[in-house]
Design a protein around this ligand. Structure first.
Ligand SMILES: [Zn+2]
Ligand SMILES: [Zn+2]
Length: 277
């Protein structure tokens, strides 16, 4: 396997991770994820449930009500009762939210208590998350750049979750959006993210999603540019079901064809070193 870890896995502590199998057992139970990761021979799994530090804040996006510090406490308590293969290292991180250009859902102090912090900037399907001015490709492109650029001043974010991804039925053809994107500005933002030590995620679910058929093609262009600007990458399946954990062959193929190598992906040791700076 090209990459030995999965750094984006949701459990049933995420509101979207509550599906059951035919035997009425939860598909996103931490213990099932751990068993699957061990079976696949993974060395690292990072749990990244949807999380904001203060779900009670006035105006908080409804999706995040209930996704506060209690879920981290509960997940950790549950993990303490689980067992898994000796080769597997288990980490607790989160996928937070970009609530505005000024505010993300987690501050630097709480981020330090987590192993890894992902921030998405394109959860346009969630009511209350900042939205583009119109459906015109140029407006969507401009908004995407504005939101990703806003992370530059938040160096406690470790990586951007599924950059530039969203269902194309909602935002339009991603190729048109990318074509309308100001490439000079995109290049500048990539350079700034690199300086802030913020990586870009390669998200297995987004790359293989039927709801965004052009994402793989467009994100390959972005990833090549990002690599040339010195950015690092992380990989995550974004699994909400234990059967989806790990690096699927189609995503490994995408990584190789895009020209990314194992050394382009961060290690946990590198994340820790970066956080000391
Ligand atoms: Zn997400
Ligand atoms: Zn996710």
């Amino acid at each position: 396997m090209l990459l030995p870890g999965d750094w984006h896995v949701h459990t049933y502590y995420s509101p979207c991770g509550r599906r059951l199998d035919d035997a009425v057992q939860p598909l996103a139970a931490p213990e099932r994820h751990l068993a699957r990761a061990s079976e696949l021979g993974l060395r690292e799994i990072v749990f990244t449930d949807h999380f904001v530090e203060d779900p009670t804040r006035p105006g908080m996006v409804l999706f995040y009500k209930g996704s506060g510090p209690a879920i981290l406490h509960d997940l950790r308590s549950e993990l303490a009762r689980c067992s898994w293969g000796a080769e597997l290292n288990v980490y607790v991180g989160c996928e937070t939210e970009t609530l505005s250009t000024e505010k993300v859902g987690i501050g630097p102090e709480l981020a330090r208590q987590l192993d890894f912090v992902l921030a998405p900037t394109t959860h346009y399907h969630l009511p209350g998350v900042p939205q583009p001015g119109s459906e015109a490709p140029a407006d969507v492109a401009d908004h995407m750049l504005t939101m990703i650029a806003s992370l530059v001043t938040k160096p406690w974010i470790d990586a951007v979750a599924h950059p530039f991804s969203e269902r194309e039925s909602l935002i339009g053809d991603l190729r048109a959006i990318y074509e309308a994107m100001d490439k000079v500005r995109l290049t500048d933002i990539m350079g700034e993210l690199a300086s802030s030590g913020i990586a870009l995620e390669v998200n297995g679910s987004a790359i293989t999603s039927e709801a965004m058929p052009h994402y793989g093609q467009v994100y390959a262009e972005v990833a090549r540019l990002a690599k040339s600007m010195g950015l690092s990458f992380t990989f995550g399946s974004d699994a909400h079901d234990y059967r989806k954990v790990g690096l699927w062959p189609s995503v490994e193929r995408w990584i190789v064809e895009t020209g990314l190598e194992r050394t382009d992906f961060l290690t946990m040791a590198q994340v820790r070193v970066k956080r000391l700076v």
